[in-house]
Design a protein around this ligand. Sequence first.
Ligand code: G6P
Length: 441
Amino acid sequence: MKTGLKIVTIGGGSSYTPELIEGFINYHNELPVREIWLVDVEEGKEKLDIVGNLAKRMVKKAGVSIEIHLTLDRKEALKSADFVTTQFRVGMLDARGKDERIPLKHGVLGQETNGPGGLFKALRTIPVILDICREMEELCPNAWLINFTNPAGMVTEAVLRYSTIKKVVGLCNVPIGMEMGVASLLGVDPNRVRINFAGLNHMVYGLDVFVDGVSVKDQVISLLTDPDKSITMQNIHAMGWEPEFLKALDVLPCPYHHYYYKSGEMLAEELKNFKEGGTRAEVVKKLEDELFELYKDPNLAIKPPQLEKRGGAYYSEAAVRLIHSIYTDKRDIQTVNTRNNGAISSLPADSAVEVSCIITSTGPKPLAMGELPIYVNGLVQQIKSFERAAIDAAVSGDYRTALLAMSINPLVPSDRIAKIILDEMLEAHKKYLPQFSMKGV
Ligand code: G6P
């Protein structure tokens, strides 16, 4: 008889893996993980070995009986898995650098998951996740797919639309990060804070904010009108919101809204960084080199605090909490990317949305949020249209659909500039976009 859970992590050589291992160690009494398989591709082998050996030292030091397996053979790993987590980056950080730099060259925001960068990350990633789903159908059809790979919302929707895997949940650290941010603004324990979230991944709003069940939204908005106070992530340069704007908006924006409500300033900031030292991919590359140097140390057996300089803080907490609640049918509230099913009535029922859900053993059940407020609904709808076009282009390899996605993105100023950037990026990334080259583009 099988005892304990088999977890498979695709993109196991990621610098974030110690986050995840730490989470499984912390929850070990309640979540009986028997084995974790870290899987990567040939180009990631060196990183997989380094981080995998650290993972082995971490479980040993913690005294928990979790076996760590390292492999380049995804199919071998997937056999009879209970949970498959995905955290891979097609083309690694070099591809991210191109996503950031090429748009900037043309005066357009270059960001990992927003604008042209987000489109190309989707185009590279979606075919790979669909391959993984096909393998899961064969090798572990009952497993849950917990996707952290960005763009997490689009990847989740692609799985829902284009594969038979329905046990899929997309996860991001923005909601948990915002709850932690509110807790620290108010000086209260994070367990007392709950935000009603609704929207899309990296486009989510806090519709209401509670401490011990009592709404504190107005107080939080008021605190955030102080330019020295903000809720942000390590990877996003925080700029205070215009106080009167924030009050008028009357919901809590997420850190990624900086790119939409402060487009000019954020672009100027990115261009400055680009000229002075490099884009976020270069910063992250340096951080990763430092992290992997630390990970190599045979005496290191815990997650090093330096990992917190990355944008993905609280991933372990979010991921392991989610897996735990599915496994134990806990029915607590967490915010994930899942099929809307009418929870946000102003978005299509069959779309992926990021929304507060009750987490059960049969998956997330979204809480009814009604219509999004009219003043934010327009932007969310436009991003959803962009996402649909991007997903369809990723699957079909259709040039026109990709151009449509690029042109309707609110961060791209014109169809002509969209075409210039699209052509340059298709060429730069062609190694990872076989669906387009097969069509002779
Ligand atoms: C935030 C986002 C993640 C993203 C990360 C990037 O946390 O929510 O989706 O992966 O930032 O951080 P990085 O350190 O790679 O720039």
